[in-house]
Design a binder for this molecule. Structure first.
Ligand SMILES: Nc1ncnc2c1ncn2[C@@H]1O[C@H](COP(=O)(O)OP(=O)(O)OP(=O)(O)O)[C@@H](O)[C@H]1O
Ligand SMILES: [Mg+2]
Length: 504
């Protein structure tokens, strides 16, 4: 890109306050044609708020937005869309009741000359967009039938269906598999080549350094700096973002040789998984690695009693059990923190502290003021351990940033004092500084004799945190790895089913 190119969009001194919170304080952000700008910041730094202002969802309290140099205001999302700004939001708003094509074209469907929706045209256009991004499903598929990763592709197709000049992606790869992420990168390159300005939000630094041309850093709602990616190191960028140097090192643990905590025998499901057998020991972190669709989450949901396996039993602390419901699982000391924490997670409208203590309130039986004080104390302990950033624990959980809502959901399950904790993608959407807090907390819990099953697609996390790793492929256990056999290469080979020595 020639130096001196003018930004397409430029935000200047933008301020946004919510009751009790200054989410943005005079921030600036420039987006250049044909370039990817990474917006970097901790959970709650103000990234999604910026996106919502740029797309007309929120109105700023002060400051100026310029489009090609001319001041502009976006009173509604339609205004922003008409100005050529489109976004894939962190929490995608899609409709299960509609088809894929209807979701893509909702609000701007092609019309016949009678003003009716031109379904043929809509399906053709949707089919073309889906093919372009390599989606493995057609335009007529009901959205309800798709998993999270594929729903995300629908959101991407939707963003591309309006002829945008500015494309915003708020943590687009959080729900995608390795292969889909590569496809997304290719898509970003294509958009760049078309001269579009791209705003890219991610907590993954390898990805920022791979695809971004520029960076802008926010901290606590304030602008800290910006520049070209080629002029900054990863460490410096992290320090800028957190305000201190961060150890990206996994906690040191001495591996315990514990007794059996949980034994899983012969779990089968008609479509999702088959023949799952393993043992989890006390004081152990057992990793589950696999590609999206390998059946890891589906199996965990069965183990937790959300879905029913056709057969399979487990032995917990020596007792044979068949877990029939989540309540059953919790009674047996098993909890599950799901990957899709948005849907199965926080209760919007309830304050943070009640969200955390909800499943454990039975433990503090006295009603009234005393109980409230105890609940608060319990909530505070976990909030601090997980580095939760909130103005107060009284705040509605719905007003927290995406990453902080996830910390609340994790806290809520840990507060039940379980024996076995199943964590599905524990640090997805969590910033680098808080990630270390979550990892340290996990290490401390197993040191106390608890056991953790960790489903993760992040290879460094899988290797850095697990004592042993089970790799799943096509619903079955492909292999179990530990010690020197546990390398990024062996993980990927077994997950993809590539035999030793045959791949490049
Ligand atoms: N509707 C709202 N009402 C009150 N406070 C809000 C609202 N939306 C956001 N906030 C607050 O504004 C701040 C910035 O939140 P934002 O969602 O922009 O963070 P973020 O940088 O996107 O974080 P994450 O990485 O966790 O997604 C946070 O303190 C959040 O609690
Ligand atoms: Mg966000």
């Amino acid at each position: 890109m020639p130096i001196g190119d003018a930004p397409i969009v430029s935000m200047d001194a933008i301020t946004k306050t919510f009751p009790g919170v200054k989410a943005l304080d005079q921030v600036k952000l420039d987006l250049y044609p044909g370039q990817v700008t990474a917006l970097v910041g901790e959970n709650g730094a103000g990234k999604s708020t910026t996106v919502k202002i740029l797309t007309g969802i929120y109105q700023p309290n002060g400051g100026t937005i310029r489009l090609n140099g001319a001041p502009i205001t976006f009173a509604t999302p339609n205004d922003a869309s008409r100005a050529g700004i489109t976004a894939i939001h962190q929490e995608t708003v899609l409709f299960d009741e509609l088809s894929v094509a209807e979701n893509i074209f909702i609000g701007h469907a092609p019309r016949t000359r009678w003003g009716l929706i031109d379904k043929g045209q809509m399906h053709r256009a949707a089919g073309k967009l889906l093919a372009e991004i390599g989606a493995p499903f057609g335009p007529r598929t009901p959205l309800r039938d798709l998993g999270i990763a594929n729903k995300h592709l629908v959101a991407i197709a939707r963003a591309l269906s309006v002829d945008a000049r500015v494309v915003i992606m708020d943590e687009p790869t959080a729900a995608l598999s390795h292969k889909e992420i590569e496809e997304l990168y290719a898509l970003v390159e294509a958009l760049k080549a078309q001269g579009k300005a791209i705003l890219f939000i991610s907590h993954k630094f390898d990805e920022i350094f791979r695809i971004a041309d520029r960076y802008t850093v926010f901290r606590d709602g304030a602008f800290v700096g910006d520049g070209r990616i080629e002029d900054i190191s990863e460490n410096d960028l992290v320090t800028m973002m957190v305000g201190r140097a961060v150890d990206q090192i996994f906690p040191d643990r001495t591996r315990l040789s514990g007794t059996e905590a949980l034994k899983v025998v012969g779990y089968d499901h008609p479509t999702e998984f088959a023949d799952i057998n393993f043992t989890l020991n006390k004081g152990e972190i057992l990793g589950f690695y696999g590609l999206v669709g390998a059946g890891r989450s589906e199996f965990m949901q069965a183990l937790f009693g959300i879905t029913k396996p056709t057969k399979g039993v487990c032995r917990i602390n020596g007792n044979i059990s068949v877990i029939r419901s989540p309540a059953d699982a919790v009674k047996n000391g098993i909890v599950y923190v799901p990957e899709d924490r948005g849907k199965q997670g926080a209760i919007i409208g309830l304050p943070i502290f009640q969200n955390i203590t909800l499943p454990s309130v039975g433990r503090t039986s006295r009603r009234g003021f005393l109980q409230l004080a105890e609940e608060f104390k319990l909530a505070r302990t976990y909030a601090e351990r997980l580095d939760l950033r909130a103005a107060s624990l009284d705040q509605d959980v719905g007003n927290l940033s995406g990453g902080n809502q996830q910390k609340v959901v994790i806290a809520k399950w840990l507060a039940t004092k379980p024996q076995v904790i199943i964590l599905d993608e524990p640090t997805k959407g969590i910033d680098i500084g808080s990630k270390a807090a979550v990892h340290e907390f996990m290490a401390e819990l197993v040191a106390q004799g608890l056991s953790i099953i960790m489903v993760s697609s992040e290879i460094p996390e899988v290797i850095g945190m697990s004592d042993r790793v089970i790799v799943m492929r096509d619903g079955r256990i492909a292999t179990e790895l530990e010690g020197d056999a546990l390398t990024p290469e062996t993980l990927v080979r077994h997950a993809a089913g590539i035999a030793e020595g045959t791949a490049a």
